[in-house]
Design a protein. Structure first.
Length: 257
């Protein structure tokens, strides 16, 4: 079952990003973003494609298997190719595509029973909605930075932080490292000042600091050295240098500074 609050937060995040780009002149869609080789249109096209992939996983086994075959044929290039080709169409067409996918996804997730296939480990429909929120938020950061728009810091990023904690083992595996052997305690201060916590209170391995920093780090929107996160334990520190809340190959992350 997918919490309605999560779906509502996903809708708000998507609506706000759409509003940020909807009235852009065509040439502004070609503005480069912090993701190398991706402009604003490419970022939105990626969101449309991943929403469509999630929809296929939820509703159409044959369509999902076809997507997997394409991905397996070009594991390192499939994401870039889908985003670049998707971003090459007129902006109105691209927005209509994204609108259709993100409108269809929530009702589809509500109907899913069991776990869903994905490019990483299978996940529950609630985890899929969380992942869609994470991607929408992270790519929204890129778009707003490129366009010089302000970024609102809200407690909706709890979904990103939660996913970042849940994917700790995946981050190690993706980087070809042994799975972590110790529990970790994560204590974060939210934008509103709330205290968010994960993991056993007695854990020796610990991460403390700003939820905003943590969310940007696990989505690889900031370099580890440019955060104020504090760790206790070598395994916790190692995690923060490779943290990755998204599926797919390990990303290069953002450069220091």
């Amino acid at each position: 079952m997918v919490p309605e609050e999560l779906l509502a937060d996903l809708a708000v995040e998507g609506d706000q990003l759409r509003a940020a780009v909807a009235d852009l002149p065509d040439d502004r869609w070609r503005t480069p973003t912090p993701a190398a080789g991706w402009d604003v249109a490419t970022q939105i096209a990626h969101l449309a494609w991943t929403d469509e992939c999630a929809l296929a996983s939820a509703t159409d086994r044959a369509a999902w298997h076809a997507l997997v075959e394409v991905a397996l044929a070009d594991i390192d290039g499939v994401v870039d190719k889908a985003a670049l080709s998707g971003g090459a169409v007129p902006p109105a067409e691209l927005l209509a595509r994204w609108d259709a996918a993100r409108a269809a996804l929530p009702p589809a997730l509500r109907r899913v029973e069991g776990r869903m296939q994905w490019f990483g480990p299978p996940m529950s429909p609630a985890s899929m909605a969380t992942a869609r929120f994470m991607e929408t938020w992270a790519h929204g950061l890129d778009v707003r930075e490129a366009l010089g728009l302000p970024v609102e810091r809200t407690d909706r990023i709890r979904h990103v932080c939660h996913l970042g904690v849940r994917t700790r083992g995946f981050a190690f595996t993706t980087h070809g490292l042994p799975a972590p052997t110790h529990e970790v305690r994560v204590e974060l201060a939210s934008p509103s000042g709330e205290r968010w916590q994960w993991g056993p209170e007695e854990a020796a391995e610990r991460v403390r600091g700003s939820a905003w920093d943590f969310a940007r780090l696990v989505t690889q929107r900031v370099h580890r050295d440019d955060t104020h996160l504090v760790t206790s334990g070598a395994e916790a520190e190692r995690w923060l240098t490779i943290a990755q809340a998204f599926a797919g190959p390990a990303g290069e992350g953002r450069p220091r500074g």
